[in-house]
Design a protein around this ligand. Structure first.
Ligand code: G3I
Length: 380
């Protein structure tokens, strides 16, 4: 359990003791962070516009509803470290300041990822791949400069993102090609050296797939066998309308928790739009053409579809509650439907409804049932 969660659990338990009402359902359920207190943190990814004050209503939701935040994009390498000698701190600093001012748990996202890596990092002046030693040195500098800057301020880091393919094999990223699989343990070691107190996570999508889950299990087990500090696994919750099955994600939660690390359901959203491929993925490079067939709800969502989405969301949260002792945090990937990345991926310009707050910043009807379920959940 992370240090932030321990504090929350203690305060919550104390509150229950003092009020003497631990079996009495709270009739005033209103926020995610209160309803799930004592179970797990609930967070959201926020973007630079929101942090800069361009969307006060979204920030109001964040402050009221959530106790954890992650920056959607501004800590990714291409944004924060676009050239070897250039670090751009303004947006990441503003994100950390915002979270601290509001006493929120902070997640840094993400240090080593095949996507959005700044192109300079893999090549020398003549455009050839750098040597293994050089890339290790560059990765060390990247990680330690960033983690070091926020030492003691960021609670946990997504150290390595998406290193495993859906079939459980290694993703043949530039990191892997040049350094070999050891790049993962090196990344964790460098992060630990820079902030020994920060929690360190491995984060990936498609974890409900059996082969992928097994690949991640072995990756983390291998790190543990080498005494590499890895505190948690982020299971990205980029859900589709019909896949994965709730039971498939549950099986992965059970399997990965046997490693004795914290689990976080990260990046939760649920696209309800037709999916133009057979694969459940969050692979950023996918891109398909916009057509009406793939954008059926631009005029609004039929009630029947809406109800199915809420039922599915409720089912997932019920499962998360059942396993709340294994889960330290659930984080939505965005605040409201209007600016979710889902509207633009894998087809640009669609109208999707993936989150639990709508385009008018209202909590969706039916969410109160999820909150009530959490509030009344008996610890078994
Ligand atoms: O801000 C620039 C803008 O200045 C520019 O004009 C415009 C032109 O393309 O791009 C804008 O940046 C975009 C950025 O989102 C902000 O909207 C990037 O192109 C776009 O690639 C970027 O997409 C992000 C994607 O990761 C790639 O970094 C999404 O917002 C973000 O939600 C998504 O998040 C990832 C997680 O980090 C890891 N797991 C999968 C998840 C979904 O792909």
């Amino acid at each position: 359990m992370n240090r932030y969660k321990k504090q929350i659990v203690t305060v919550f338990a104390l509150g229950l003791l003092l009020s003497g009402c631990n079996n009495t359902p709270n009739q005033d359920i209103s926020t995610f962070k209160d309803a799930f207190a004592g179970k797990f943190l609930v967070g959201a990814a926020i973007n630079v516009g929101q942090i800069a004050g361009q969307e006060p209503k979204a920030i109001e939701i964040v402050k009221k509803q959530f106790n954890s935040v992650v920056a959607e994009n501004c800590m990714k390498m291409e944004n924060i470290h676009p050239e070897e000698e250039v670090f751009i701190w303004e947006e990441a600093d503003a994100f950390v300041d915002f979270a601290e001012k509001n006493n929120m748990h902070i997640v840094g996202h993400t240090l080593v990822w095949h996507s959005q890596a700044a192109p300079w990092i893999f090549v020398d002046d003549s455009g050839e791949d750098v040597s293994r030693e050089e890339l290790i040195e560059r990765m060390k500098n990247h990680i330690q400069t960033i983690v070091g800057r926020y030492k003691g301020r960021i609670d946990g880091w997504d150290v390595v993102n998406e290193a495993i393919e859906n079939d459980g094999s290694w993703r043949e990223s530039k990191w892997y090609q040049i350094i070999g699989p050891e790049y993962v343990e090196l990344a964790f070691q460098f992060a630990q050296e820079a902030d020994p107190e920060a929690e360190l996570y491995y984060n990936d999508f498609g974890v409900s797939g059996r082969s992928k889950c097994d690949g991640i299990y072995h990756l983390v087990k291998n790190l543990q066998e080498k005494n590499v500090k890895v505190d948690g696994i982020g299971l990205q919750g980029h859900l589709n309308f019909d896949i994965p099955k709730i039971s498939e994600m549950e099986t992965s939660i059970e399997k990965l928790s046997s490693l004795g690390v914290d689990l976080m359901v990260t990046e939760v959203d649920m696209t309800i739009l037709p999916w133009p491929s057979d694969e459940v993925t969050a692979e950023v490079s996918l891109n398909y053409e916009l057509s009406k067939e793939f954008n059926p709800y631009s005029g609004g969502l039929p009630d029947s579809v809406y109800q199915q989405v809420m039922d599915r969301y409720t089912g997932f949260f019920e499962m998360f509650l059942k396993h709340h002792e294994k889960i330290s945090r659930v984080t939505f990937w965005g605040v409201h439907d209007g600016n979710s990345w889902r509207n633009d991926w894998p087809i640009e310009g669609r109208t999707d409804f993936p989150l639990l707050f709508d385009r008018n910043y209202r909590m969706k009807e039916g969410v109160e049932d999820i909150l009530e379920m959490a509030e009344n959940w008996e610890t078994k």
